[in-house]
Structure formats: structure tokens, C-alpha cells
Design a protein around this ligand. Structure first.
Ligand code: SAM
Length: 298
């Protein structure tokens, strides 16, 4: 079902809000391509962030058993409802995805539907508002929500960082976090001309397949992410200095140097050269050292 963005904007007297990242996707092939990339079935449920005028929502609703769509801009809700009135499997929620409990809204929406629909899997799909890409993606990854896959349209540079391998300048804390929780793969590149209004950047659709168990063994996940954050916090510093300056590992420079040597990393290497496995080894080593020093905190 095709939704005409220009006609809808005119009919409802709407002006896209730049501050809310409102770039509506108008290219039918890309809308279909995103839904196809999610590989939806009728027994699955989709959580969509920012349905806008409903172009992507319609494609998702055709393929999935149910779509729960969270839109922050209440001005868009009447247009969204009108455009999607042909679908009985769409639930529209006016709210801020960063403030809502996703599991809770899904459970409520399923209960309100009232026909005993029991989804076999959850997928999260969105043409994301770019001003909050990282917080939204991190919220879902860290929340432990049981999604099978996530398909997101993001700014091309963000997709590059999500899938980056160690050694390049794109590899950073976001790459480690995304690749710790999921396996990313690029679905397609999308030019600005596919949107109204056109964004100033190129876009990429990326699919994240969530791991059921993490790809590395960690003694302490929090510590792992603190090490990653410290390593990338001062990118131009060597790892020894970056970790030492972070001042949160109860270790002096010599001990930090030893911890790096013990996992085969040279003290002058920078954070971006370490693989996720090496970050895991390093944080496990630091964990063991901290427990030797402060066994009572175990
Ligand atoms: N899905 C539509 C499409 O593909 O044409 C619109 C995508 S547009 C890039 C992003 C949408 O996210 C906008 O409708 C915007 O109002 C909405 N949005 C922005 N911030 C949000 C938030 N915190 N929670 C939920 N929706 C948000």
C-alpha cells in the first residue's frame, strides 16, 4: 500500500520538524526493501520507532502479524491513523521511545488486541531519527529485550562505525557494543533523494542479528564496557595512558602495562587496534587483578 507523503502533508497541513529528525522515506522500493530485510512472518511482532506518516509501517503490517509503532510527534497521529486505517494489526502509541519501557508497551498492545495473538519473535525496525540514533540503538541492545533482529536506517557514517573492524578510524565504542550484542550486516545504501525533505547525509540500512549468547566470555560485563569506554575516551593517547588517565581500575601505569603485555598487546598500541576478544581478555585480566587486590569486594 503506497502512502503519498506530499499529499498527506498537505491534507493535514503538516510541516516536517527538523528537530525530530523528520525525513519521510518516499521510495517504494526502499520501503519494501527494509521490510524484506526484516524477513517477517505472520506470527512475528514488530516494534517500529518513529512511524512518521506510516509509509514503512504499512509495509511492515503487510508482512508481520502485528506492528506496534511509537511516534513522538502527536501532530502526526491523525495522519498516521488515517493512512493506516486499512490495517487491523497496527497499534499506534504516541510517546518518546527513549522514555518508554518497550517490553511493557508490547505486552499491553498484544493484550489490547485481545485475540490471543502470541508472537514467536520480536523484530525492531525503524527509519531512525538521526539525532538519537546511538541512544535508541544502545537502549535496545542494553535493555536485554528479546528481539531476534533489528533493521535500522541510519546515517551512513554510523553504519560504518557499527560494522567497523579493528584497525581503522571508524572502529570505536559503538562498534564494540554493536558487535558484542549482534552480528551487523549492511542491507543497502540509500541516497538523500529517497526522502522528503532530503537529509544532508547519505543513509544506510543495517540489520543487526542479536546473539542469544555473547561472542566472548566476560567475568564482568560492566567492567568490559568501562575498559572499552576508557580505551576510546582518549583516542589519540596510547592504551596505557588512556586506561591510566581514566583512573577507574585501581591500577598504576606499570600494572596496566603488564595487563596489556599479558594479552599480547604492546603498550603503545591504541584502543582502535584491539579486537573484541582482546578487550574481553583485558577486562577479564583487570577483573582478576582487582579481585586479588580487593578479595573482600568479590
Ligand atoms: N518511518 C517514517 C518514514 O520512514 O518515512 C518516518 C521516519 S523519520 C526519519 C523519524 C520519525 O521518528 C519521525 O516521525 C519523528 O517524529 C519520530 N521520532 C523522533 N524522535 C522520536 C522519539 N524519541 N520517539 C519516537 N519517535 C520519534
Amino acid at each position: 500500500m503506497q502512502i503519498d507523503t506530499r499529499i498527506t502533508l498537505k491534507k493535514f497541513n503538516l510541516r516536517p520538524a527538523k528537530s525530530l529528525g523528520q525525513n519521510f522515506l518516499t521510495d517504494e522500493n526502499i520501503l519494501k526493501g527494509i521490510a524484506e530485510a526484516a524477513e517477517l512472518t505472520k506470527d512475528e511482532i514488530v516494534l517500529e520507532v518513529g512511524p512518521g506518516l506510516g509509509g514503512l509501517t504499512a509495509e511492515l503490517a503487510e508482512a508481520a502479524g502485528m506492528v506496534v509503532a511509537v511516534e513522538i510527534d502527536k501532530r502526526l497521529i491523525p495522519a498516521l491513523k488515517e493512512n493506516l486505517k486499512g490495517f487491523s494489526n497496527v497499534s499506534i502509541i504516541n510517546g518518546d521511545i527513549l522514555r518508554l519501557d518497550a517490553e511493557n508497551i508490547l505486552t499491553t498492545a498484544i493484550a489490547e488486541r485481545g485475540d490471543g495473538f502470541t508472537p514467536t519473535a520480536l523484530k525492531i525496525v525503524a527509519n531512525l531519527p538521526y539525532y538519537i540514533t546511538t541512544p535508541v540503538v544502545m537502549k535496545f541492545l542494553e535493555s536485554g529485550i528479546k528481539a531476534k533482529a533489528m533493521v535500522f536506517m541510519v546515517q551512513k557514517e554510523v553504519a560504518d562505525r557499527m560494522k567497523a573492524k579493528p584497525g581503522g578510524k571508524e572502529f570505536g565504542a559503538l562498534s564494540v557494543a554493536v558487535q558484542y550484542y549482534s552480528k551487523p550486516s549492511v542491507v543497502m545504501e540509500v541516497p538523500p533523494q529517497s526522502f522528503i525533505p532530503q537529509p544532508e547525509v547519505d543513509s544506510t540500512v543495517i540489520r543487526l542479528d542479536l546473539y542469544t549468547s555473547p561472542p566472548v566470555d566476560l567475568r564482568d560485563q560492566d567492567l568490559f564496557f568501562r575498559v572499552v569506554k576508557a580505551a576510546f575516551g582518549q583516542r589519540r593517547k596510547t592504551l596505557v595512558n588512556a586506561l591510566h588517565n581514566a583512573g577507574c581500575f585501581n591500577m598504576n601505569k606499570e600494572e596496566i602495562k603488564n595487563s596489556l603485555t599479558s594479552i599480547g598487546v604492546h603498550e603503545n598500541q591504541r584502543g582502535e587496534t584491539l579486537s573484541i576478544e582482546q578487550f574481553a581478555q583485558l577486562s577479564n585480566y583487570i577483573f582478576d587483578k582487582q579481585n586479588e587486590m580487593f578479595p573482600e569486594q568479590k
